[in-house]
Design a binder for this molecule. Structure first.
Ligand SMILES: *[C@@H]1O[C@H](CO)[C@@H](O)[C@H](O)[C@H]1NC(C)=O
Length: 265
């Protein structure tokens, strides 16, 4: 099962890589270089972020998705009860607005989460309806194999919400590394921190955990600069997450994420 999950990821990344080399795709809307918002633009569009106007939802484990929810961008798509169960198409569009590409980066991950949650969801007749729109339950991200992963930066293995203890220990670990280097973190610092968390839980880092680490580094401008600011990472991981001072200057795509490895390993 685990092996199958890894192969699945390799296929997704492979297809993404191929797509990004097709000239038609490169020149069109799928171009990874197309406009992406700057931090200032993002904050101007979603002023609730960086204020205490609205609390982050600690049941949303992924910091990027927690930020989307906290910004108010997803409110109109919540279900009748107000629960953050969002149609995949709307979630992809929102992720794209925040700088993560729908075709090759966040899109396939959102589809994989939705499929994983369908698999683990309790049986109901509506589940069998082929016309039911696919959704992601943001409060059930831990229940989406193979994308769910252990050794979280902000949650403990098997927990369903952000753990303030884990968050504090992660930030302490990162701060100690940043202090050696003017408040800056290179990719290896994030990866080493992640691997230490995995080791403490007695598990290996999964491909989803690795991609998460790359996404965090890339989102805060790590590919362009070779480092990110500790303050940006800490603000991003917080329950009330903040828009980082420096954000990626390109839309995050699978190809862009591959550059994280090349430049820093
Ligand atoms: C958001 O707030 C954090 C923490 O105060 C700050 O570091 C960051 O620069 C702010 N983001 C923007 C885009 O101003």
């Amino acid at each position: 099962m685990k092996l199958a999950a890894y192969c699945c990821w390799i296929v997704v990344l492979g297809v993404a890589l191929l797509l990004s080399h097709v000239p038609v795709v490169q020149g069109g809307i799928f171009d990874a270089d197309y406009d992406t918002p700057t931090s200032v633009e993002l904050l101007a569009a979603y002023p609730a972020l960086n204020t205490t106007e609205r609390e982050g939802n600690p049941a949303i484990l992924c910091p990027f998705l927690r930020m989307l929810e906290r910004s108010g961008r997803l409110d109109e798509f919540k279900d009748d009860t107000g629960a953050p169960v969002i149609p995949t198409g709307d979630l992809k569009q929102a992720a794209d607005d925040f700088g993560c590409d729908t075709t090759t980066a966040c899109g396939p991950v959102i589809d994989a989460v939705s499929a994983g949650q369908w698999f683990t969801e309790a049986f109901s007749f509506s589940k069998l309806n082929p016309f039911r729109p696919s959704t992601v339950d943001l409060e059930r991200l831990w229940d989406a194999p193979p994308v769910s992963h252990e050794c979280g930066f902000t949650f403990e293995n098997g927990e369903n919400g952000v753990s303030t203890d884990r968050l504090e220990s992660t930030l302490g670990n990162l701060l100690a590394r940043a202090d050696l280097n003017d408040g800056q973190l290179v990719y290896q610092d994030l990866l080493d921190t992640k691997n230490e968390i995995c080791a403490s839980e007695g598990v290996e880092i999964s491909s989803a955990g690795l991609i998460e680490t790359q996404l965090i580094f890339a989102f805060m401008g790590g590919v362009e600069r070779g480092y990110v600011e500790y303050d940006d990472v800490a603000g991003f991981l917080a329950i009330n997450n903040q828009v980082p001072a420096t954000k990626a200057g390109q839309q995050i795509s699978a190809l862009y994420l591959l550059q994280v490895r090349e430049e820093t390993n």
